[in-house]
Design a binder for this molecule. Structure first.
Ligand code: G6P
Length: 603
């Protein structure tokens, strides 16, 4: 959610800044901007929309200067416009900001009384004014940046430069991610380590409260209290690993096709050693209840895990949206809990707030995270990596299946500890089939394209499932609305008759997740209820299930038969394909759906 990139070099930095922003574009693409300092002082160029629009501007009006800051914006305060774009400037100070200044109204009024003149509607613009006022009062830039903590309520990562000192970039983080790195041509700051690929070999990961002074040839980090501190350095992976679409037209399609490889990577890491036991020092015999917490797609993965925990490990669990959990009343019922927080990015603000709350309650926490360089991965008590590789498409695909696969591994481990050996063995055996079963579904893409045509014409669509496929119905609906903008809702099939069936008509396709299994007869009845109301039915099931409902299906997609425990993982693939091909048919911007961002670092 907003991307920060900054550079200080021995040659002009505008080009490298724009390239950096392109790599951070998944964080927001409402507008982008860059500022540098050259002999004539600060210069800023901004453009509404994607970074490519900014790139055209920068090519048309070259921006000299060997020090610069840049930003790609996901609008919170104020519409996407040039004036609301970062960098924001005030009396020789330029700032890019990621986060939210919650008390900006009050700060703005105070600063206006002191004569500061605001140009934008953003919360962020108070930051350059706070710094420039502190500098005017005699603070050096570093002290002025440090003093932000005294004024700002909310979260921030900032990169700052001042006209008076072209040799230093200042930065500070409080609740929003930031890394710094030194390469052969200079120093860099970035919201995400992967954007630094090709520029440096390793990055310094800043902790909350850290402040940085970055020169061409040195990084100095100071902790909350201003003491110099050494922070962990992590290797930066090669460029190709992150930004190659592998010959596919969109990252999303590439990432759908990555899934067998992700399943194999997880299998290799989690199956061949007692990996979960090494990572998670918890005794599941001493735990009465699991609390699963996440947002968005990751939340649906947790809902599937709830069923697995109950069925395979005999453990009950509660699943909560992080945005709700963080403010929910705490019930001290004496139950011994462990919490599992699931996140692709590891930086989702609500999920991190839940982590903080759980820490206060002394609940042990397990982070299941894709981005290994992230706050959740670092700060949860225990960490299980997703191993999905960089996921760039805003709509989550391979990270979701990786979440399911890793959660299932954790469930199998808990089941084993609790003496449910046969159930654990069954789950592990099913997981062993995951990669090749996913591959079989990928081969079915052509059939999915034909079915996508039905959905592409709809104004609204329903998805239904039962048991562990109910969360998949919600995930399928979320995927469709995220990238095709078709209104879609996912329901428990048995709930349809309690209200949503009123929406069913000949123009509202219903996608029914209907593979064979214990719940199939119940779901089949629900499908017939829909057919009786002239609903257009798209069935997803194995051959046997499809045959049983062939008289009412308008279209069907064949899933390979597999253990019921594996079904939610396998069903994810056609739902992703379906959303993708519907969005393609409707001419949508697949990797950059409107209004969304991949990493949501604001509340
Ligand atoms: C955003 C993304 C979703 C994602 C959710 C949670 O809304 O667009 O794809 O599921 O955040 O993100 P996380 O990184 O915590 O899994």
């Amino acid at each position: 959610m907003c991307g920060i990139f900054a550079a200080i070099s021995d040659r002009p930095v505008a080009g490298v800044l724009v390239e950096g922003l392109k790599r951070l574009e998944y964080r927001g693409y409402d507008s982008a901007g860059v500022a540098t300092i050259d002999d004539e002082g600060l210069r800023r160029v901004c453009a509404v929309g994607k970074v490519s629009a900014l790139q055209q501007r920068v090519e048309a009006e070259p921006l000299p200067g060997c020090i610069g800051i840049a930003h790609t914006r996901w609008a919170t305060h104020g519409a996407p416009s040039e004036v609301n774009s970062h960098p924001h400037m005030a009396s020789g100070v330029a700032v890019v900001h990621n986060g939210i200044v919650e008390n900006h109204g009050e700060l703005r009024q105070r600063l206006e009384r002191q004569g500061c003149r605001f140009l934008s509607e953003t919360d962020s613009e108070v930051i350059p004014w706070l710094i420039s006022c502190a500098v005017a009062d005699g603070s050096g830039p570093a002290r002025a940046v440090r003093s932000l903590g005294e004024h700002i309520e909310g979260s921030y990562a900032v990169a700052v430069m001042t006209e008076n000192d072209r040799n230093v970039l200042h930065a500070k983080r409080h609740g929003s991610p930031l890394v710094a790195a030194l390469g052969p041509r200079g120093g860099y700051l970035s919201s995400d380590i992967s954007a630094l690929a090709g520029l440096a070999d390793e990055a310094v990961v800043l902790s909350d409260g850290d402040q940085v002074e970055l020169r061409r040839d040195a990084i100095s980090v100071f902790d909350k209290s201003g003491r110099p501190v050494l922070r962990a350095r992590l290797p930066i992976d090669a460029v190709g690993e992150h930004f190659d679409k592998g010959g596919h037209p969109h990252y999303m399609l590439k990432e759908i096709h990555d899934q067998p490889a992700v399943a194999r990577a997880i299998e290799a890491r989690y199956d061949k050693s007692p990996f979960v036991a090494e990572q998670v020092a918890l005794d599941f015999n001493q735990i009465d209840r699991i609390r699963l917490i996440a947002c968005g797609t990751s939340y649906y993965a947790c809902l599937v895990a709830k069923r697995w925990f109950a069925e395979v490990a005999g453990l009950s669990s509660d699943v909560e949206l992080a945005s709700e959990h963080r403010y929910a009343p705490v019930v001290a019922d004496g139950q011994r809990e462990a919490a599992i927080l699931v996140s692709q990015s590891g930086e989702t603000a609500d999920t991190l707030a839940s982590l903080e709350k759980l820490r206060g309650l002394r609940t042990p926490t397990i982070g299941i995270v894709n981005q290994q360089v992230s706050t959740l991965a670092r700060e949860a008590d225990f960490f299980l990596p997703l191993l999905a590789g960089a996921e760039i498409g805003v709509a989550s695909t391979k990270a979701f299946t990786a979440q399911l696969l890793v959660l299932a591994r954790l469930v199998a481990h808990a089941a084993e500890q609790r003496g449910q050996r046969a159930a654990a063995r069954r789950l592990r055996a099913a997981l062993g089939e995951a990669a090749k079963t996913i591959e079989a579904v990928l081969h079915n893409e052509a059939a999915i394209v034909a079915v996508a045509g039905i959905l592409a014409k709809a104004r609204s669509a329903l998805f239904v499932g039962r048991g562990a496929l109910y969360p998949l119905a919600m995930e399928g609906a979320l995927k469709l609305k995220e990238i095709s903008y078709i209104h879609a809702e996912g329901f428990a099939a048995g709930e349809l008759k309690h209200g949503p069936i009123a929406l069913v008509d000949a123009d509202t396709p219903v996608v029914a997740l209907a593979p064979s299994g214990d719940l199939f007869p119940k779901l089949a009845s629900n499908v017939r209820e829909i057919a009786a109301r002239k609903g257009k039915i798209i069935l997803l099931g194995d051959r046997k299930a499809l045959l049983a409902l062939s008289d009412v299906a308008d279209a069907s997609l064949t899933l390979p038969a597999c253990d019921e425990l594996l079904q939610p993982i396998i069903a994810a693939i056609p739902l992703q394909f379906l959303a993708y091909h519907v969005a393609v048919a409707r001419g949508c911007d697949i990797d950059h759906p409107r209004n969304l961002a991949k990493s949501v670092t604001v509340e």
